[in-house]
Design a protein around this ligand. Structure first.
Ligand code: PLP
Length: 423
């Protein structure tokens, strides 16, 4: 049963309610390893399902374009103050609708169309919005890209520095969506300072690790920090921009009125709740457990012959090249899903296959750590993954079904925020 319960919706719209109920069950039964996903608390779910969705509040606290902000202003202010305290930043904007619009606001704040932006190439682990060709950021701006080393899978800072000196980008993005290793913010900052670029740290994936002290912080190194709120940070779908006081005005103006209209106040409340949760000692322990689980899972996968990009992980994320397993990333991901393990197929650096049918899979431990799994469970997870990949190669559907049942049996002992057995 969905938590919080949805009896009114069930009466009013049984079709949608049924699909939601089944999704909460699915999220309970599956080993969710999509690196960008998590389970939010029931408190966050409640906040996002409130009457705050009814309210328009274009502008910022104390400077709104609509009346009736007596309670919205303190909600947004609480979210901002909590973000500032948690990350130790001078300024926070909690209004971006999601990570991609947050990044677009950075372009609007610091670049003119046609100006040069530098980011990690998408196939190397960067994000679309860091200047990739199919994104508006690659179409409307001149983008140049850095890679990872073919040998080590790590960023080569000599290459980054040479590229920055040659191309003189106005903004440099660091961070990405498929980076299994610690991001060296000081190294990026030194290069950005040398070429006079604004350094934007996109911590969407690792914000929760940073908040919990399990990854170094970009604060004091990056000029602006962009993050989603729904990945390791474990809040509702949304985003934040954080910066020094120097850039506060430019960032705020870029978000509103530059890009957006009214903020999503129900999301803002959910972000505030999540930020409060993330400031507790329990969340610090959670963040460190995510990394411990990822390290244990990586070690167990390597033992089973999986080829991990960069040879392992420092954070929540693992990127595996399945070429050595004799299967493509897509058929593997689809088979793993049927075996009760949810992850995504992913391009690996220097992939010889096409983006829609790449060589790799990407997985993360944020969600399974929320469920309460620890290092001791990771050898079993690796064994299931290995067995499922073998079964996929042999088209052994019965084996995939058996594994899905075993996964379900294990997870039955671990509570799933958002779902409870019917009383
Ligand atoms: C997820 C992600 C984004 C985009 O977030 P959306 O909310 O999906 O728009 C941006 N940057 C990075 C590095 C991400 O991982």
């Amino acid at each position: 049963m969905h938590v919080p319960p949805i009896p009114t919706l069930t009466a009013a719209d049984p079709q949608i309610a049924d699909l939601i109920e089944r999704e909460s069950q699915r999220q309970h039964d599956k080993l969710r390893m999509i690196a960008s996903e998590n389970y939010v608390s029931a408190a966050v779910l409640e906040a996002t399902g409130t009457v705050l969705t009814n309210k328009y509040s274009e502008g910022y606290a104390g400077k709104r374009y609509y009346e009736g902000q007596q309670l919205i202003d303190p909600i947004e202010t609480l979210a901002i103050e909590r973000a500032k305290a948690l990350f130790g930043v001078e300024h926070a904007n909690v209004q971006p609708y999601s990570g991609s619009p947050a990044n677009l606001a950075i372009y609007l704040a610091f670049l003119e169309p046609g100006d040069t932006v530098m980011g990690m190439a998408l196939p190397m682990g960067g994000h679309l919005t860091h200047g990739w060709s199919v994104s508006a950021t690659g179409k409307w701006f001149r983008s140049v890209r850095y890679n990872v080393s073919r040998e080590t899978g790590l960023i080569d800072f000599d290459e980054v520095r040479d590229l920055a000196r040659r191309e003189r980008p106005k903004v440099i993005f660091c961070g990405g969506t498929a980076i299994p290793r610690t991001i060296d913010f000081p190294a990026f900052a030194e290069i950005a300072r040398e070429v006079g670029a604004v350094l934007a740290a996109d911590i969407a994936h690792i914000a929760g690790l940073i908040a919990g002290g399990a990854h170094p912080s970009p604060v004091g190194h990056a000029d602006v920090i962009s993050t989603t709120t729904h990945k390791t940070l474990r809040g509702p779908r949304g985003a934040m921009l954080m910066c020094t006081a120097e850039h506060a005005k430019a960032i705020d103006k870029a978000v509103f009125p530059g890009l957006q209209g009214g903020p999503h106040n129900h999301t803002t409340a959910g972000i505030a709740v999540a930020l409060r949760e993330a400031s507790t000692p329990e969340f610090g322990a959670y963040a460190h457990q995510i990394v411990a689980n990822a390290r244990a899972l990586a070690a167990a996968l390597i033992e089973r012959g999986f080829d991990l990009i960069s040879g392992g992980t420092d954070n929540h994320l693992i990127l595996a090249d399945l070429s050595s397993k004799g299967i493509g990333g897509k058929p593997a991901a689809q088979a793993l899903d049927r075996a009760g393990m949810e992850l995504n197929y992913n391009t690996v650096p220097y992939d010889t296959r096409k983006p829609f049918d790449p060589s790799g899979i990407r997985l993360g431990t944020a969600a399974l750590t929320t469920r309460g799994l620890t290092e001791q469970h990771m050898p079993q997870v690796a064994a299931w993954m290995d067995d499922a990949v073998s079964a996929a190669r042999k088209e052994d559907e019965a084996a995939l079904e058996r594994i899905a049942g075993e996964v379900r049996d294990l997870l039955a002992a671990f509570p799933s925020p958002g779902w409870a057995a019917t009383a």
